[in-house]
Design a protein around this ligand. Structure first.
Ligand code: HEC
Length: 127
């Protein structure tokens, strides 16, 4: 019997057991599957903040707090939007690209399609 070899195997076995044991302890617990949902929540919050900042920059001068300084009949509040058949983000983007009368036009070089959508989603949720 080659006893130094046996001792070496025992040491190796011990090392493997310890390593495996540690691995099991650090394995993710049952909370892990919830992570993607939590991330979606953070994304939604960031989108709202981005929308608020863009809205402040481009729209607030005429639509403070979702109002309308020159045409109080056409605010950005849900009831006003609905009565003018504006219910989707696409409807708001269309108005930015092709405004009705006194509102200035925002083309793609001023507000990108992505930012336009962010603003539109913000308007629908915020007011
Ligand atoms: C220069 C002032 C001005 C700016 C800036 C402006 N708007 Fe307007 N907006 C108006 C006016 C005035 C109206 C009322 C309709 C009209 O006369 O064209 C209006 C109407 C709207 C409507 C229709 C509201 C309804 O109830 O029918 C939406 C939606 C809208 N604006 C979105 C925006 C968004 C989004 C921005 C920023 C990207 C913006 N507006 C920037 C002046 C402005």
């Amino acid at each position: 019997m080659n006893s130094p070899m046996i001792r070496l195997y025992m040491v190796l076995a011990l090392v493997v057991m310890v390593v495996c044991g540690c691995d099991k302890q650090t394995a993710p617990g049952p909370a892990a599957p919830a992570a993607p949902m939590a991330r979606a929540g953070v994304d939604a919050k960031q989108e709202m903040q981005a929308g608020a900042a863009l809205f402040k920059q481009y729209c607030s001068p005429c639509h403070p707090d979702g109002g309308n300084v020159s045409n109080p009949e056409r605010t950005l509040h849900g009831s006003s939007l609905r009565s003018n058949h504006i219910s989707r983000a696409e409807d708001i983007i269309r108005i930015m690209r092709h405004p009705i009368s006194r509102m200035i036009r925002f083309d793609e070089s001023t507000i990108s399609d992505k930012d336009a959508r962010t603003i539109a989603e913000y308007v629908l949720k915020a007011f």
